[in-house]
Design a protein around this ligand. Structure first.
Ligand code: IPM
Ligand code: MN
Length: 358
């Protein structure tokens, strides 16, 4: 009997449904070829539903997600909804409720994809950011007093405990070990911790000590490096070839992965996973809902296809994931650009070409 995976699909807002449709096309093509089956349950959470019903994400949805093998998400964000409501109510809520403690963001430049970095090639831009995804400033500790007076005080605390730091570091070191075994070009590079320990004396020191301890004790063969987050920004631009696995806390990871998305060719290609290595993970293109392109068949579905590839990889369908990557790479070489409206093909044509190769 062939393997069956149950996938919760949240197409979401704006161009989300268009790119997810192409992603599903590709997933279906590959599953029939590699002999597994994907069952989908579609959920209409997002801005439209919120505006119609006032409902963001009911508790029952979280319980249903837990019964699936993975979640495939398009985009959340609606121009008529105040910023923060959907982001915290859907995205962050799911991350926390399902304990998706890793945000995995490959930063990989494929051949023929344009990077704004002069003279950098696919050989130079091929690293992964492991962002801690449940702690730090995102936990929401803090508050406000003397609201809306000239004396208003607002606090928002960076909160970390050793267990949260350690489990993230363990994931990053294990990923580094795997990449080192795969290719010598990775093994020559260090794992890099990014923080701001020259200023964030407590949280930075906690991360640094935990990193040094785990590295020297459990992963002695792996080279270690450390960058302050501001410097990491500079090196991502000037010397991206220095990086292989980058591990960092939540907010710094949020910031540096958007920079990562740009140097790998933009939001048309960047994908990410919200991963619970022991539970249910959620995969998404980084592009957002891009309402101005909605319904025009011009948005690039490559990032959503890449998110589907990451989903299969995490589910253990390594060969199927690899074949998606090969097909994506072939199609990217034919495309004029990875930017919406400039691809030389429509959204559906790009999906058709990738699925066609598979
Ligand atoms: C991301 C996004 C989210 C984050 C927002 C939408 C809550 O920017 O996935 O990087 O800050 O984590
Ligand atoms: Mn972000």
């Amino acid at each position: 009997m062939s393997k069956v995976y149950n996938i919760a699909v949240i197409p979401g807002d704006g161009t989300g449904p268009e790119v997810i449709a192409e992603g599903l096309k590709v997933l279906n093509a590959v599953s029939s070829r590699f002999g597994f089956k994907l069952n989908y349950t579609t959920y209409d959470f997002g801005g439209e539903r919120y505006l119609k019903t006032g409902e963001i994400l009911p508790d029952s949805a979280i319980e249903e997600f837990k019964k699936h093998d993975a979640i495939y998400l398009g985009a959340i964000g609606h121009p008529d909804v105040k910023p923060g409501i959907l982001e915290t109510g859907i995205l962050l809520r799911t991350r926390f409720a399902l304990d998706q403690y890793i945000n995995l963001r490959p930063v990989k430049l494929y051949p023929n994809v344009e990077t704004p970095l002069k003279d950098k090639t696919p050989n130079d831009i091929d690293f992964v950011v492991v962002r801690e995804n449940t702690g730090g400033i995102y936990t929401g500790h803090g508050g406000v007093t003397r609201f809306d007076t000239p004396d208003e005080i607002a606090t928002q605390l960076m909160v970390y405990d050793r267990r949260t730091v350690d489990r993230c570091l363990k994931y990053a070191f294990e990923l580094k070990r795997k990449r080192n075994a795969k290719d010598k070009k990775y093994a020559d590079k260090p794992i890099t911790l990014v923080h701001k320990r020259n200023v964030l004396l407590y949280c930075g020191d906690l991360w640094y000590r935990a990193f040094e301890e785990m590295g020297s004790k459990d992963f002695p063969e792996i080279k270690r490096d450390y960058n302050h987050v501001d410097a990491a920004n500079m090196w991502f631009v000037k010397n991206p070839e220095w990086f292989d696995v980058v591990v960092t806390e939540n907010l710094f990871g949020d910031i540096i992965t958007d920079l990562g998305a740009m140097i790998q060719g933009g939001l048309g290609v960047a994908a990410g996973g919200n991963i619970n290595p022991e539970g249910v993970s959620m995969f998404e293109p980084m592009g957002g809902s891009a309402p101005k392109y909605q319904g025009k068949n011009v948005i690039n579905p490559m990032a959503a296809i890449a998110a589907g590839m990451m989903m299969l990889e995490t589910l253990g369908e390594i060969d199927a994931a690899q074949s998606i990557e090969n097909a994506m790479s072939k199609v990217m070489q034919k495309m004029k650009s990875q930017a919406a409206g400039k691809m030389g093909y429509s959204t559906t044509e790009v999906g058709d070409m990738v699925a066609g190769i598979l």
